[in-house]
Design a protein around this ligand. Structure first.
Ligand SMILES: O=C(O)CCC(=O)C(=O)O
Ligand SMILES: [Fe+2]
Length: 350
């Protein structure tokens, strides 16, 4: 078995990136060779920092924390949390375990029963039809309810179990606080997500020889209620705000929270699911992990505030629609499929 750890991204995507086409004189030219897809971006943003330590103090502090979180979710859709109760040592241990498992040979990682989990390993984008759809990265995408089935990799499993449990509780708490500001009862998210499709994703972005010509991860919104992300060291994450891409500064102490598509619907666009992406780097490899807070398949996704901007749909329907669109076009279409009327989304302006 080959010991090569890298997925064959270069072999797989070389042709797509250097596509030969006929010019108007009938000559063959290499079309994509000079095309830079990662345009200029803005200066790094300092996202709002919410101190969850305040939740354990008096009424006044608790209310302050909640208000600041709601403001951040409204104005940004992306914010940082500190004093969140998951210590840096544990988060770093997760990154360490993640490095170890990505270091296994590609031939092993890509086996269908690797880790005793079905269909968890991904690399590139199997349906990419243009350079803008290539993700120069690999990932393990694991259903939270399956983490305990993970075999052979004992320290990976135990570390992940601890982190997933804590991030799950945080996601529940944050959803509850944001929901309360809209008048949603506190058990709403718990009821829908407890036996749901939440998942945990380990990302690795290998150095990329064509860093300005492909993404590390293509621009996307997350298809969940909300996401909790850890990106401790290497920059690369960018978010789209008012039509501009802003790099997000890594912070080893903080966790990043971002609103997903489902919360955008529930909040009737009060909270927005922002597009984000990861740019590739020629020099360094990058790691991150994310917890996606998701309901069960049969849960109805609908706006709490009326009149609703969206028609009702089940979470299953949403995922199936995305799967169909990705297969057909290489891209997820997402929420606009469910708009009830033609809407302009001002304010955060995607
Ligand atoms: O690696 C990152 O910083 C972002 C990852 C991400 O957006 C995702 O996994 O959905
Ligand atoms: Fe994401």
């Amino acid at each position: 078995m080959s010991m090569e750890i890298e997925p064959p991204l270069e072999v797989r995507y070389y042709a797509l990136m250097k596509e030969e086409v006929e010019d108007k004189n009938g000559r063959l030219v290499v079309e994509n060779e000079e095309r830079e897809i990662v345009e200029e971006c803005e200066d790094e943003v300092e996202l709002p920092v919410i101190d969850l330590g305040l939740l354990k103090m008096g009424n006044l502090e608790r209310e302050k924390c909640k208000n600041e979180m709601v403001e951040a979710a409204r104005n940004w859709g992306f914010f940082q949390i500190i004093n969140h109760g998951v210590c840096e040592k544990v988060l770093k241990a997760m990154i360490y375990e993640q490095k170890k498992v990505f270091n296994e040979p590609f031939a092993k990682k890509s086996l269908s029963n690797f880790l005793n989990l079905v269909g968890t390993y991904r690399w590139g984008n199997p349906v990419a039809i243009s350079p803008t759809q290539i993700s120069w990265s690999e990932a393990f995408h694991i259903a939270v309810l399956e983490v305990s089935n993970l075999k052979d990799h004992v320290t990976l499993r135990t570390t992940m179990e601890g982190v997933v449990k804590k991030l799950g509780r945080l996601a529940e708490k944050i959803s509850e606080i944001l929901g309360q500001s809209l008048g949603i009862k506190s058990s709403y998210f718990k009821e829908r997500c407890e036996k749901g499709k939440s998942s945990f994703r380990l990302n690795r972005y290998p150095p990329c020889p064509f860093a300005s010509k492909v993404y590390g991860l293509i621009p996307h919104t997350d298809s969940d209620y909300l996401t909790i992300l850890y990106q401790p060291q290497i920059s690369g994450l960018q978010l789209l705000r008012a039509g501009k891409w802003f790099p997000v500064k890594p912070n080893p102490q903080a966790l990043l929270v971002n609103i997903g598509d489902l919360f955008q619907v529930v909040s009737n666009d009060v909270f927005r699911s922002l597009k984000h992406r990861v740019v590739a780097s020629e020099a360094v490899e990058r790691f991150s992990f994310a917890y996606f807070y998701c309901p069960s398949d049969d849960v109805l996704i609908e706006s709490w505030l009326k009149p609703s901007n969206y028609r009702q749909f089940s979470y299953k329907e949403y995922r199936q629609q995305i799967e169909k669109d990705v297969e057909k076009t290489g891209n997820k279409v997402g929420l606009s499929r469910f708009f009830l009327h033609n809407m302009l989304l001002p304010h955060l302006g995607q």
